[in-house]
Ligand binder design. Structure first.
Ligand code: FES
Length: 120
């Protein structure tokens, strides 16, 4: 049902944890499935995302999508990272079942919230 990429990220998640001195944090809870996602960003004065981590209580696609996005955005300019779409994440994961597409969308929403909260 899930791609090799989703399974690998779910079994060995990368970038899972907290950034103590994060200057951007986004959190979302899906009221339907109760999944919770929190993304931490550390952005420097040049608007580069130096570090990104996440905590999540959720389904395998949520964990995998959090791994993928936190990996993609490291060392990226904030403006550039804003353009990342759920479709790109799903491509990185080598596809998601149709009924799980909303999981990647939820991760993007959380990321956008984290971006909005950035203080420098
Ligand atoms: Fe709810 Fe994945 S099943 S976010």
């Amino acid at each position: 049902m899930y791609s090799k990429e989703v399974k690998e990220y779910f079994e060995n998640p990368i970038n899972m944890g907290i950034i103590e001195d994060a200057n951007g944090i986004g959190q979302i809870k899906n009221e339907i499935c109760s999944d919770i996602i929190k993304i931490y960003l550390k952005v420097n004065e040049k608007n580069i995302i130096e570090d990104a981590k996440f905590e999540a209580k959720g389904c395998p696609p949520v964990i995998a999508a959090c791994c993928a996005i936190t990996n993609m955005i490291k060392n990226m300019n904030i403006d550039e990272s804003k353009n990342i779409t759920a479709k790109e994440i799903i491509e990185k994961l080598n596809g998601l079942p149709k009924e799980k597409v909303h999981c990647a969308e939820l991760v993007i929403k959380t990321f956008k919230k984290a971006i909005k909260s950035i203080t420098k």
